[in-house]
Ligand binder design. Structure first.
Ligand SMILES: C[S@@+](CC[C@H](N)C(=O)[O-])C[C@H]1O[C@@H](n2cnc3c(N)ncnc32)[C@H](O)[C@@H]1O
Length: 381
């Protein structure tokens, strides 16, 4: 079976989480900023697309070389056996990115690579004139960093955060892979309670339920590789069946609450679509009134954080309320994501640990308060 050089891409800060996910699936990994490399067959392409919770995409690294001028970029690209990858009618958009490199013009890099591939395919398929580009899409990318060029093929299609369970509602939900990554930074595995007291459209609670039930996050969707004409079509259905057989039923309670009943209705639809509606207890309650008889669990939440002063003041009042009702739950490890740099001051306690993430373009901190009673809920991340 042919082995490929593969890599997963992810949001900044999630490299170690994705590396750990890959290692748990049995792969040896090598990490760089924004990428985790591993080796695998077509079955591994299917498996990682199906199972990785916190990654964005899985790509095949086709070729790597140094280039300081456009002639080298053209010639090295032309040299690759493109007809092996791209059928005569393939659509193959090329995305270009260049960082700290001599060839810094991204539009030029992109069009030189595209031209080299078109020229090669025209020669290989002995065509005169244009290639039709009317068939399956093969998204290629050229990435140059410090003059090292990488040519890759995306196997994922729509980013892995698009699980397929979420209805649009115009709010500001966390991306599904971002939410899963935040949970993966906690010791949560479904054997202890999980609470999100500001659940919004339910992303954190739903991702927690999928982890607890061992549901593969890619179970509902299609991937770019499904349409590649050289890809073994049986693999996806076989690995999907295997994934369905691994779903478990029992887990510790998962609670999701919010002050806003209308957003909870959306969360329920999302949970239903994800097949976990019965696994989550949804309740309308303001955080100032939050109470639980559960113990030794994990709280993960993404409270409001306003950019305008008025919104920020309202958010900070909520942090104070969280400090009153949630901080005393000391058998829980607690994790809060917010862009407010004064969160600790209003919450009333200094975090055990902080970690920086970008939620879209917004710099946020993930404030981690480890439980002080129970070893299970402590985890070094
Ligand atoms: C940033 S959103 C959470 C988004 C959520 N993580 C998701 O993926 O959809 C913050 C949520 O906190 C809720 N909220 C605001 N004030 C609250 C309060 N006092 N008590 C409980 N929830 C509150 C809002 O209704 C909103 O749904």
């Amino acid at each position: 079976m042919e082995k490929y050089h593969l890599y997963a891409t992810m949001g900044a800060g999630f490299e170690s989480v994705v590396a750990k996910e890959l290692q748990d699936l049995g792969y040896n990994t090598q990490t760089e900023n924004g990428r985790v490399f591993f080796e695998g067959t077509q079955a591994d392409i299917v498996r990682t697309n199906l199972w990785l919770r916190s990654a964005d995409r899985i790509k095949i690294l086709l070729k790597e070389f140094k280039a300081f001028d456009f002639d080298t970029l053209y010639n090295e690209t032309y040299d690759y056996d493109w007809a092996l990858l791209l059928p005569v009618d393939a659509r193959f958009p090329v995305k270009g990115r260049s960082v700290r490199s001599k060839l810094h013009s991204e539009p030029d890099v992109q069009s030189i690579v595209k031209k080299a591939i078109v020229d090669k395919l025209t020669d290989q398929y002995r065509r005169r004139g244009f290639l039709p580009e009317s068939g399956t899409e093969y998204q290629l990318d050229v990435h140059i960093y410090k003059d090292r060029v990488r040519l890759s093929l995306d196997t994922t299609g729509q980013s892995l955060f698009k699980r397929g369970y979420r209805v649009e509602h115009g709010g500001a939900p966390l991306k599904e892979n971002f939410a899963a990554g935040l949970i993966k930074l906690t010791p949560f595995d479904g054997s202890h309670p999980f609470i999100d007291p500001m659940t919004g459209s339910g992303t954190l609670a739903i991702e927690a339920a999928l982890i607890a039930k061992h549901v593969a996050p890619g179970i509902w969707r299609k991937f770019a590789f499904d349409n590649f004409d050289w890809f073994d079509k049986k693999l996806h259905s076989e690995l999907l069946e295997e994934a369905k057989d691994q779903i478990v039923v029992d887990h510790a309670p998962i609670w999701a609450s919010d002050i806003d009943q209308s957003i909870l209705e959306i969360a329920k639809v999302n949970a239903h679509n994800a097949g976990v509606l019965q696994d989550i207890r949804f309740k309308q309650v303001a955080v100032k009134d939050f109470a639980t008889d559960l113990e030794n669990g994990i709280i993960v939440a993404n409270p409001p954080y306003g950019k305008r002063l008025k919104d920020r003041q309202a958010a900070e009042k909520i942090y104070e309320e969280m400090g009153k009702t949630l901080r005393p739950l000391t058998s829980f490890s607690q994790y809060y994501l917010t862009s407010d740099r004064q969160f600790e001051q209003f919450f009333g306690a200094k975090a055990t640990k902080k970690r920086k993430f970008f939620n879209g373009n917004l710099r946020t901190d993930y404030y981690q308060y480890w439980a002080n009673k129970n070893d299970y809920t402590r985890k070094k991340s």
